[in-house]
Ligand binder design. Structure first.
Ligand SMILES: Nc1ncnc2c1ncn2[C@@H]1O[C@H](COP(=O)(O)OP(=O)(O)OP(=O)(O)O)[C@@H](O)[C@H]1O
Length: 243
């Protein structure tokens, strides 16, 4: 049974693609209001894991529960904001039309819809580009629009796959300010990242290598238990040869 206090409970989860094992024996809990980071080398399984957490894909073995419900679960869609690594946007439409489309899926209507669209575009610094076609957006702008869409319906759980890749440092800082503010108001955040200063902002981190969760702890405790001086060194220790 999932822990009633947890937002997310992952129990002995495995994932195979054909005969290839990509995740093995992952057990993890995320508590309400946490910012939880998944850190690991390229190809270690982070994206695969967050897809299982958001219900986009299904585990081969074990169970994922979100808000006490077994995933995947369509009824939880309104409670999860998911930002994928590759942008799922309609490039022939304007940003506004994209936002209106996703708002409709989440059941946002009328004034509330207009208000949320204004708010999320402000958060990601794209207010001036609301009417531009997404085909004319840069890569970073598309990432920001994807983030805005994941925030539209004010979900209590945000699952973000490398949310700030391709976003300049200044805007990244303002997005983090917003994420921390959402977090302080109770939003639980799970994200994958390669960026060390972002990982340090997480309350806890899970270190993944070759589809296995090697360690889960606060950034400080991970640095200490690897007997290193920085998170970067600890990451190399957990992600590489452990020497
Ligand atoms: N649909 C799929 N079919 C077969 N193999 C897959 C599939 N999706 C992912 N994989 C494999 O699973 C492994 C883990 O991939 P995943 O994208 O989860 O890693 P990641 O840690 O997110 O990497 P990155 O940091 O580069 O995004 C890789 O070896 C990848 O090739």
């Amino acid at each position: 049974m999932p822990n009633a206090d947890s937002v997310l409970t992952v129990a002995k989860v495995g994932k195979k693609f054909g005969s290839k094992t990509v995740l093995e024996d992952i057990t993890l809990e995320v508590q309400p209001g946490e910012t939880f980071g998944l850190l690991g080398p390229s190809g270690s399984g982070k994206t695969t894991l967050v897809k299982l957490l958001s219900g986009i894909d299904q585990a081969t073995s074990g169970q994922v529960h979100v808000f006490g419900k077994l995933m995947p679960q369509l009824s939880l869609m309104k409670q999860i904001g998911y930002m994928a690594q590759s942008d799922a946007l309609y490039t022939e439409l304007s940003a506004l039309e994209n936002l209106q489309f996703f708002a409709a899926i989440y059941g946002l209507k009328g004034t509330k819809r207009r208000q949320r669209i204004t708010e999320v575009m402000d958060i990601v610094g794209l207010s001036e580009h609301l009417h531009k076609r997404v085909a004319q957006y840069s890569g970073g702008m598309k990432r920001r629009l994807s983030l805005a869409i994941s925030l539209l319906h004010e979900p209590p759980l945000l699952i973000l796959d490398e949310p700030t890749v391709g976003i300049d440092p200044l805007l990244r800082q303002s997005i983090w300010t917003e994420l921390k503010s959402l977090n302080s108001r109770g939003t639980t955040i799970v994200m994958t990242t390669h960026v060390m200063d972002e990982a340090e902002k997480c309350n806890r981190l899970g270190m993944i290598r070759d589809g296995r969760l090697l360690a889960v702890d606060t950034p400080e405790a991970l640095i200490q238990s690897a007997s290193k001086n920085s998170l970067e060194e600890a990451f190399i220790y957990y992600g590489g040869g452990q020497s």
